[in-house]
Ligand binder design. Structure first.
Ligand code: SF4
Length: 378
């Protein structure tokens, strides 16, 4: 496709319905990848081409690959390799292995993916231990195929249906395990399609995703049918400095309020909770800010998921390679060593610290956000 065509399409692709605008203080910055690679198969699908067109219109260099392999040029300097990967988005076709749904306790019955990888620079990113290879953001062009696989899982899954608190949510599908789909929505349009899909699904189901990004404009006004729960991933204000390239905390909280006022079910993913100097007042401040923003929301349905910081030897190695100057606490000596159900090692806060933080945070949540339903502490 010619650049001219990309430019001509901009006006139609990026037109949004009128809606309340975020304030200048909280206006989100949108990511524009420096380069976008589109594989041969992805270029053959309308959703893949639409993503490439949006990216080109925003200023990305779009490169059409002659095969389905995504390979970046080798860099001697690991920092340069990291920067090149983080500024690259690849549009690919998700193979069957990536389309197979997985149980994802305690968040949801099933996990499905619209993308894999993230362009932000959180120094405690959970993807560091989960995804191998250069940290490119891969977005899936075969979205229709991905969504079509969901109904076969209706009524199955062991998280929501077995929980007295959550059974009314029906079968739950989590879309943010390996990516932050809202942070790339202005490029992909994938969440918009997923929200419409769930909104028109005549069954007890819920689409769930969490985000550290605040541009919710594309979602406002969509027919979500109350079958979508958007959670904002938040933390004590002093810890947001570890979350490079994400939206400011105030913007996320304002976004949550906009969504709740648009009838979405909403939630807080408080993660990763850390035991730092001043943690008690930091989390009190966070919950107070959210309480203020959500005051007066009609028919508010708010949940909270409280997730403490943990790391593995593998994730520590990757994160220290990516962020060598970070002062993030990754001291194994101050943690308890635990085995995961897969037999690998993770480091968590000692039991006494966990008990102290759990009691304090659940108390603060009840005090500042009495409407919030706590889904789990982990
Ligand atoms: Fe990782 Fe989420 Fe931060 Fe992206 S926003 S770098 S996925 S923690």
């Amino acid at each position: 496709w010619g650049l001219m065509r990309f430019a001509l399409m901009t006006t139609t692709l990026l037109r949004l319905p009128p809606q309340p605008q975020p304030t200048a203080r909280t206006a989100p910055r949108l990511w524009v990848p420096r380069q976008v690679l589109i594989t041969r198969s992805a270029a053959g699908l309308p959703h893949g081409r639409a993503i490439a067109e949006r990216a080109a219109a925003l200023g990305s260099a779009v490169i059409e690959l002659s095969s389905d392999r995504v390979v970046l040029p080798k860099h001697e300097d690991p920092r340069a390799a990291y920067r090149a990967a983080k500024s690259t988005m690849a549009i690919v076709v998700a193979p069957p292995s990536k389309r197979r749904l997985q149980p994802i306790p305690p968040s949801a019955d099933w996990r499905f993916d619209l993308a894999e990888g993230c362009h932000a620079h959180c120094q405690y990113c959970y993807l560091a231990g989960s995804l191998a290879g250069p940290p490119i953001t891969r977005v899936y062009a075969n979205l229709d195929e991905i969504l079509e696989a969901l109904p076969a899982h209706l009524g199955q899954g062991g998280v929501t249906s077995t929980s007295a608190d959550r059974a009314h949510e029906g079968t739950t599908f989590e879309a943010s395990c390996y990516a932050d789909p809202l942070g790339i929505e202005h490029l992909t349009g994938g969440l918009t399609k997923a929200v419409r899909f769930f909104g028109s699904w005549d069954a007890a189901v819920q689409l769930r995703f969490t985000s550290k990004f605040a541009d919710v404009s594309p979602l406002i006004g969509l027919p979500h049918g109350r079958q979508v729960r958007v959670r904002m991933s938040v933390n004590a204000p002093a810890l947001i400095r570890y979350e490079g390239g994400t939206s400011p905390l105030a913007a996320r909280i304002e976004a949550l309020s906009r969504l709740a006022r648009d009838g979405y079910r909403v939630g807080l993913t408080v993660a990763p909770i850390q035991h730092f100097e001043g943690w008690r007042s930091g989390y009190a401040d966070l919950f107070a800010q959210v309480g203020q923003a959500l005051a007066g929301v009609p028919d508010l349905d708010l949940t909270a998921e409280l997730i403490t910081h943990r790391f593995t030897p593998g994730s520590k190695g990757v994160l220290q390679g990516w962020y060598p100057g970070s002062d993030l606490d990754l001291d194994e000596g101050a943690r308890s060593r635990k085995l995961t159900k897969f037999g690998s090692v993770k480091f968590v806060y000692p039991a006494e610290t966990m008990r102290e933080m759990q009691a304090a945070l659940t108390g603060l949540l009840a005090e500042h956000l009495p409407a919030a339903r706590l889904l789990y502490w982990t």
